[in-house]
Design a protein around this ligand. Structure first.
Ligand code: TPP
Length: 353
């Protein structure tokens, strides 16, 4: 069977327009917004990795290489939409307006890191694919309330092998729900390459089984990602139901800071391809080729971003210590006696009250 879902591109690897349909909507302001956010989340990601290596952050999931997929999609959300991320999507969350201090707190194992005031952002789903039915549920609620709000669920290629992927898509299709299923196909589920994960040629084609539109975009082309996600949200708000987007991308680094990718992927090949694949370099080429590149603006942006990140790290590290009693509280309204005993004994053992 031939591939029914060719990759959509607006700007190619060399930074040149291959599709000019949207050209009139591409302003300097939009391009700078893309670049700023992609630079911001890349700088954050690298900083977070360094913090983990210094013992100042817990195990951390890296997303370098996936910046265009995360920024392009996140800039298309509306103010009151619902976002259901995985552990790898904090680049999208930061772009949408998540609190950076709280994102850092999350990676330090703090429950406070799950709350982003004023934004409908769910805690990152670590159990793979569980967030797809959740997103369908939130979209259903919005539909029943008669609002124009929609939901988006992020997920990786490995997640498509889980039952929850199918349940989420089927439910959303049957009830014609305002939800966008946004897949980042980064080629690996930890160490398992996609060829060993599935026999389908694409993830986009899985949409056929549910009778919903599917689209395959170059996930390293921020323009293609942005306009396709906007379109999917528009369909959702117009009552036309869900869309499955497959953004084909690459994760350059390890699965998490606890993973060693040299065990399953040739790092020389990753480095050799990097120039061609890197979404930030592509955008830089585009900007240079179209008269948008302003060296001073880039330098100033980086300085602003670095200062913002440093400040967030300082605040994260100054955050009040957790209350160890939290280990026992918040599950039962009234503590059952065995847990009350354990709590008392534990607090005594550490010299607390
Ligand atoms: C239900 C479940 N099974 C297994 C795992 C262990 N696990 C954590 S990440 C991961 C790979 C997921 O890969 P993918 O969906 O492609 O997303 P990516 O990590 O590449 O972003 C697995 C199997 C899990 N977290 N949840």
């Amino acid at each position: 069977m031939g591939n029914l879902y060719p990759i959509k591109q607006i700007v190619d690897e060399e930074g040149k327009f291959v599709d000019t349909t949207m050209k009139s909507l591409i302003s300097k302001e939009l391009v700078e917004q893309f670049y700023y956010h992609m630079l911001r989340i890349r700088t954050f990601d690298r900083k977070a990795k360094n913090l983990q290596r210094q013992g100042r952050l817990g195990t951390y999931a890296l997303f370098e290489g996936q910046e265009a997929a995360q920024v392009g999609s996140a800039l298309s959300f509306g103010e009151s939409d619902w976002v259901f991320p995985t552990y790898r999507d904090h680049g999208a969350l930061l772009t949408y307006g998540a609190d950076m201090v709280r994102v850092l707190l999350y990676w330090n194992g703090r429950v406070e890191g799950n709350v982003h005031h004023g934004k409908n952002i769910f805690p990152p789903a670590v159990p793979i694919a569980t967030q797809l039915p959740h997103a369908a549920g939130a979209a259903w609620a919005e539909k029943r309330k008669g609002t124009k709000n929609a939901a988006i669920s992020y997920f990786g290629d490995g997640a498509t092998s889980e039952g929850d992927f199918h349940e989420g898509l089927n439910f959303a299709s049957v009830f014609k729900l305002p939800v966008v299923f946004f897949n980042q196909n980064n080629g690996y589920a930890i160490s398992v390459p996609i060829e060993k994960q599935m026999n389908s040629e694409t993830i986009a084609q899985k949409s056929v089984a549910y009778g919903i539109p599917g689209v395959r975009v170059d996930g390293n082309d921020v323009f293609a990602v942005y306009f396709e996600t906007l379109k999917a949200f528009e369909r959702a708000r117009n009552g036309e139901g869900p869309t499955l987007i497959e953004a084909v991308t690459q994760r350059f680094g390890a699965h998490t800071t606890a993973d060693d990718p040299t065990k399953y992927r040739d790092q020389d090949v990753v480095e050799e391809n990097r120039d061609k694949v890197d979404p930030l370099l592509r955008l830089e080429r585009f900007m240079k080729g179209n008269g948008y590149w302003d060296r001073e603006w880039v330098q100033n942006s980086l300085a602003t971003i670095e200062a913002e990140i440093e400040e967030a790290v300082t605040q994260m590290e100054a955050f009040p210590e957790p209350d160890v009693a939290d280990l026992f509280d918040h599950v039962f309204e009234t503590l059952p006696w065995p847990i009350a005993e354990q709590k008392e004994s534990y607090l005594q053992s550490i010299g607390g009250d």
